[in-house]
Design a binder for this molecule. Structure first.
Ligand code: ZN
Length: 106
């Protein structure tokens, strides 16, 4: 049997991980978060499966690195201040709240 070897240190202590998580995969890069299926462009599988091989000696994940800028890194960050805005109707008037302050919209 031809065991695979680590591309970095040549060790044959390679662990193969395969996990079916469907859309329960959370990946974060700095302030950006993906909370759905496994990203296809990160060398950790993709879609419903998290799959990768890594070296138990040096920690290297098998694959070709560096990876291209990933979709997640290119994702627009959602401005939390905008998310914080909510609208509701009180006494026939629409009101908007922002950071707890109430502004009348008209
Ligand atoms: Zn290694």
């Amino acid at each position: 049997m031809n065991w695979q070897k680590c591309q970095k240190c040549g060790s044959d202590r390679i662990a193969t991980v395969s996990s079916k998580c469907n859309d329960l995969c959370t990946v974060t890069i700095k302030e950006k978060e993906s909370d759905t299926y496994v990203p296809e462009d990160m060398g950790i599988g993709g879609g419903s499966y998290t799959e990768f091989d890594y070296c138990l000696d040096c920690g290297q994940i098998k694959g070709e690195f560096p990876l291209k800028i990933t979709e997640l890194e290119n994702k627009e960050t959602v401005d939390k201040e905008d998310v914080d805005t909510s609208e509701f109707k009180v006494g026939g008037m629409y009101l908007k709240t922002k950071h707890g302050k109430i502004d009348s919209t008209n």
